[in-house]
Design a binder for this molecule. Structure first.
Ligand code: XMP
Ligand code: MG
Length: 206
């Protein structure tokens, strides 16, 4: 693993070996038999979250945003992010949306809105998503919010951006970490609905 000591003020690039802070322990609890390694420790996620909140604070002078949170993975990230934003005096409202595309660890490539949100007409919307891979999900959602839901503006905030080729050109306004092209779990991310509760991000044994 590589030590990152202080700077989480902009997107952090995570090497395949992972990142940690000096004070972190990366011992994997014994009951997690399927975890190969911890990629990003809990402390690193917390530090970067404060950085993202600072970035959002600089972009919205009226400190008033409506977040559209993508179920199910992004709720863990969002729960922490909105509290980091409240420390900047933000007023945050949110709604939850459910899209479908993934089955187990593979994208099907077809995106559908499974559970839609209420009115966001005329609002400044920030989409909160756990991870961007091909970009198809976020591209679809952005168009949905602008064209069908008539949002005033849409910015996109992802905790992780996978360093893969993007099929859809979607602008990511706030990015927590750039991660290697590996399937990751933890901090809201799942494999077949498991591992979402882990406070760190990990790579599974293949
Ligand atoms: P696209 O390709 O549309 O994919 O950008 C975004 C969605 O794919 C899921 N995804 C993952 N989920 N670990 C996960 O648990 C991963 O490594 C991963 N990569 C992509 C995720 O649901 C996201 O909404
Ligand atoms: Mg998701």
């Amino acid at each position: 693993m590589q030590y990152i000591v202080s700077d989480f003020s902009s997107t952090v690039e995570v090497p395949e070996t992972g990142i940690m802070r000096e004070e972190d322990s990366v011992e994997i609890p014994g009951y997690l038999k399927d975890i190969e390694k911890i990629l990003i420790t809990e402390n690193c996620i917390k530090a970067r979250l404060r950085g993202i909140a600072n970035e959002i604070n600089k972009r919205y002078s009226d400190k008033d945003i409506h977040c559209v949170v993508v179920l199910s993975g992004a709720i863990v990230f969002f729960a922490d992010l909105m509290r980091a934003l409240s420390r900047h005096g933000f007023k945050v409202t949110y709604s939850l949306i459910k899209l479908s595309s993934y089955s187990k660890a593979k994208s099907t490539g077809k995106i559908a809105v499974e559970m839609d949100i209420g009115r966001v007409e005329g609002k400044d919307v920030v989409v909160i998503e756990d991870i961007a891979d091909t970009g198809l999900t976020l591209d679809h959602l952005r168009n949905h919010l602008l064209n069908e839901k008539k949002a005033k503006s849409v910015k996109v905030c992802v905790l992780f951006n996978k360093m893969t080729k993007k099929t859809a050109e979607v602008n990511l306004d706030f990015i927590g970490f750039k991660v290697p092209d590996q399937f990751i779990v933890g901090y809201g991310l799942d494999f077949d609905q498991r591992y979402r509760e882990l406070p760190f991000v990990a790579v599974l044994k293949s």
